[in-house]
Design a protein around this ligand. Sequence first.
Ligand code: ADP
Ligand code: ZN
Ligand code: ZN
Length: 759
Amino acid sequence: MKIKKINAKECPKSSERNTMIAEIIIDSKAKKLNRKFDYKIPKNLEDLVDVGSRVLVPFGNFKTLEQGYIIKIKPSSEFEVKEIAGLEENLSEDQIELARWMARKYFCNVSECIKLMITPGTRAKSKEKRISEKSINFVYFKKAYEEIDLSQLRGEKQKKLIEFLKQNEGITIPEIENLLEVSRATVNSLVKKDILKIVNQKIDRNPLINKKVQDNQKLRLNEEQQQAYEKVKQAIDQNKWEEFLLYGITGSGKTEVYLQLIEATLQKNKSAIVLVPEISLTPQMLDRFMGRFGKEKIAVLHSKLSIGERHDEWERIKTGRAKIVIGARSAIFAPCTDLGLIIIDEEHDSSYKSEASPKYSAKEVAYQIAKQKNIPLLLGSATPDLTTFYKAENKECTLLKLTKRANHSNLPQVEIVDLKYELATGNKSMISQLLYEEIEKNKKEKKQTILFLNRRGYSTFIMCRDCGYTLKCPNCNISLTYHRSQNLLKCHYCGHTEKPVKICPACQSTKIRYFGTGTQKLEQEIQKLFPGMSTIRMDIDTITKKNSHEEILRKFKEENMDILIGTQMVVKGHHFPKVTLVGVIAADGSLNQDDYRANERTFQILTQVAGRAGRENLPGKVIIQTYNPNSFPIEYAKTQNYDKFYQTEIALRKQLKYPPFCDIILIGFSGEIEKEIIEVSNYMFKILKQNLQKFDINLFRPMPAPIDKIQNKIRWRMIAKGMVTQEVTIVLNKCLQNLYEKNIKHTKISIDINPNNMM
Ligand code: ADP
Ligand code: ZN
Ligand code: ZN
């Protein structure tokens, strides 16, 4: 990591020939500080720092040291400059380049992007919380297991220990004592025999350490899998930047293709990143990876890890001990050594787009990283994002198809129930006659049922029958949801709670009624309708403690409960062999949303839910209840026909000019002073109108957002439709900069391209 020496004639003053200047970005969210500052590199750091170094610098009044990042090194500065005070960590030049690219693309500060890439728990500002670097003894094989002369082993305990270590190398002695009831003496005697060794290492809080893994044997790929495998393998071998879409129905064996491609990557001594939606990071899914590669090689990154655990995983990745990173969105920034492959599973999932600044899309970032490193990017889905499939159709990415279920299980049979008809025949309950009968039948056959409803809570809105007043959160302009278990009204946006009311606050009428159905009410109704059956509920409200999500799934599976009731969370990635019936209580929830992706989301969710039924040899059945049986997303979900759905929806998008035929630029303004918001947004409208004139972009006037208040912040927005090219991005950044220079005090401005949430 040496600084490139420059020759003397480039240097302005001979006396300062050897002093290098670093251009530094200060770690700050303040938009004004989103620019470069020059600092001298002191002699003692010359050989240590480079582009990408995280350093401490005196800033402002000299009293505090700020953290900054070196983005360029140059021979001289036109300013009188201060010196860098210390070095914290070195990032790579690639990472800095990526951060700068992200800052432009996602309209944020470079430092905000760099922060996603630095080792968690080492930030200068949280120094006091810095991880203590204790070291601990870990037990490893001294030679490979195959070379051990098993006749040397004495007694059951030694054999038991060796067998255990085959899958669990790198474990501590106290853990061995706990898990196996084998004593320290047994370990020591095997160390004496040169079979085991003890290695003193910096402590690793590997979240997988206590997991026992079962071998997961490599499967023989079927023809389609083999073809997909070979195409991507070729790109790995040739160090080629290429984007692939693996489009395969649920159960078609996409994961097996991933596993074998990762194996090919490891064989080249390279590492791989696998992104999965947060919620799919289930033990079942991890088991498959650990069973194949062993847990030592795998690092898992997700939001439930403590900062210490995250720090350790990061270190294992950085040092190359962990070569496979599995994680949710932000794992794309994992500091892999020699990255060879990126996989994004369930690529259509909306969690890959960040809702908070930097509002990045992990798919776009992955694409950029793949380009930087000349490696393949593999996206996989049963219901690809419309935009991705459109790219594949236009040969911008390579389409790989899996059309058959790999274990020859049949796709479930799907039936649609018209809820309008149910109502007409006098059934006011949430469960149609057909679903009722099927649940009963399923129970008789000792099978399990999943019921899916995409709303949590008990009643989803509360209204006065006399005057029409609805109860809303005082901080947000949003209906309150009644939660029966705590007997509270809750705001799902800000967490505000209040006591339920019996009298209308507006007209004092007593005709306050609770409408809408959430999972709590559904559970109660199910218990009434099927008194003998056991139920378990999974939604954000039942998931609170660490691991409780896994606990619910484990309980449902192992204790053989009859019915699992849940929101979106039950949809993804789980594999329940005994679930043969899936009921969708109301498919319309996502249809009527004010969002151009409503059809797509409905289709995706119904197809994914249906995929939970009959995963193995038992035939599955899916019942979809809806008020709109003839809407095309529901009709095509019935036959699980993605291709037909795609054709219909893409034609609509083209006609209405929605992505992928244009981008939606959402510019948000929020704050407490509406007058300023209006001024600022109108000013922005004016300058954008001038500056975007030469582009084919449709700019709409600012107006209050559909949810015009959240957490006491007033929200306005402005929408533009058109292709966001590089030139347009530059213009948007310039206009934003222009606004910041106006010294706006109370209004926050954000720009989001194709946001997940249009509200
Ligand atoms: P997907 O990821 O597409 O949903 P999976 O990889 O989970 O599919 O595969 C579904 C089932 O098929 C799993 O039980 C898996 O073990 C099995 N499977 C996958 N590939 C093969 C294969 N080549 N031969 C036999 N079984 C397979
Ligand atoms: Zn009233
Ligand atoms: Zn609220």
